[in-house]
Design a protein around this ligand. Structure first.
Ligand code: UT7
Length: 323
């Protein structure tokens, strides 16, 4: 008998305001054609004034609790992946805990930028497998619109705001790959690439700062490292690309997603795509895609999923889970 961290519920929230590509032409020299052809992005959501990462996360958390048929106090822990927490501290996770009226358990943030949700998922899995928690809510929530330099056309057109949440629950399995739940995870980082993607602000500067990215450099790492980590996660449990029902990638760039799918031997029909509607929502992109994929009727119980992401750090990783 093996303990598995099994998905009990999923939910998401997208802010009301939708910004189409063409709107950016009002303030930078760009075009819908450039954004669409280089990134696959057509539109994204931006949070309203005063709407913080913890607000988005709370809405996603409530949707996931509803989907799971649980109350907040049925959850033992909240792990929130974000790089755009409302404040330096306390964590956005504890703000969500309070918003939900959750008076027990514990909550903390994980900061691994666009790979944050995969890192949070691996941590949640470890808490469950080690017996420290029976139910863990894993949230990805971001307001990247707050760290955009609106004069930098090479970045401001790429990112969006949103949140997604997954509730994992300890269930007994057989230890075989047919079990529902997380089957394997694979995490990496390499701080020597810190200049490829970073925010030029923080406590050492006295300002929040703006996102800076060497797009081509990050692209080069992404097309190489995402397939590598996905293959590594599969190999840990003796599986390969042919076993996968759905690839749920970090939604940064359609060209990166297509390249990774090809390397995994997966047709695009087996990939959950939301990049066109959400843009790059960093740590929120994977739980958003899982929730939307379920809502569309694509992801069904028993499906084998590979999920992968790379972002600032650089940090990257993947996970295999049976829905
Ligand atoms: O989530 C974290 C991980 N992040 C990523 O995975 C992002 C990885 N990188 C990328 O997705 C791509 O590199 C980008 C979408 C950011 C850029 O695509 P690219 O094909 O690498 O374009 P580029 O940066 O090489 O720029 C090509 C040209 C440049 O002009 P010149 O130098 O060739 O004259 C840019 O100045 O496109 C220009 N350009 C734009 N033109 C119109 C850059 N941004 C824009 C824009 N509109 N918004």
């Amino acid at each position: 008998m093996t303990i598995r961290a099994v998905v009990r519920g999923v939910g998401h929230y997208l802010p009301e305001r939708i910004v189409e590509n063409a709107e950016f032409m009002d303030w930078v020299d760009t075009s819908d054609e450039w954004i669409r052809s280089r990134s696959g992005i057509e539109r994204r959501h931006f949070a309203a004034d005063g709407q913080g990462t913890s607000d988005l996360a709370t809405r996603a958390a409530l949707a996931a609790l509803d989907d799971a048929g649980l109350r907040a106090d049925d959850v033992d822990a909240i792990i929130l992946a974000t790089s755009t927490a409302d404040f330096t501290f306390p964590s956005a996770a504890t703000m969500v805990q309070a918003n939900l009226g959750m008076t027990r358990g514990f909550a903390f943030d994980v900061q691994a930028v666009c790979a944050g949700f995969v890192f949070a998922l691996a941590n949640a899995n470890a808490l469950i497998l080690s017996g420290q928690a029976n139910r863990v809510m894993v949230i990805g929530s971001e307001t990247f619109s707050r760290i955009m330099d609106w004069t930098d056309r090479s970045t401001c057109v790429l990112f969006g705001d949103g949140a997604g949440a997954l509730i994992l629950e300890a269930q007994t399995g057989t230890g075989e790959n047919a079990d529902r739940g997380i089957l394997s995870t694979d995490l990496h980082s390499d701080g020597q690439y810190k200049d490829a993607l970073y925010v030029d602000g923080g406590v050492s500067t006295g300002k929040t700062g703006f996102l800076r990215m060497q797009g081509k450099e990050v692209f080069r790492h992404a097309v190489e490292k995402l397939a590598q980590t996905a293959h590594a996660s599969l190999a840990k449990v003796g599986l390969n690309g042919a076993d996968i029902d759905w690839m749920v990638p970090h939604q940064a760039n359609l060209r990166i997603i297509k390249s990774t799918a090809t390397k995994m031997g997966l047709p695009l029909e087996k990939v959950i795509l939301t990049v066109q509607d959400h843009g790059n929502t960093s740590a929120a992109s994977i739980p958003l895609a899982l929730s939307v994929g379920k809502q569309r009727g694509q992801i069904k119980q028993g499906d084998l999923i590979v999920t992968e992401a790379i972002g600032g750090g650089l940090a990257w990783g993947s996970a295999i889970l049976r829905w």
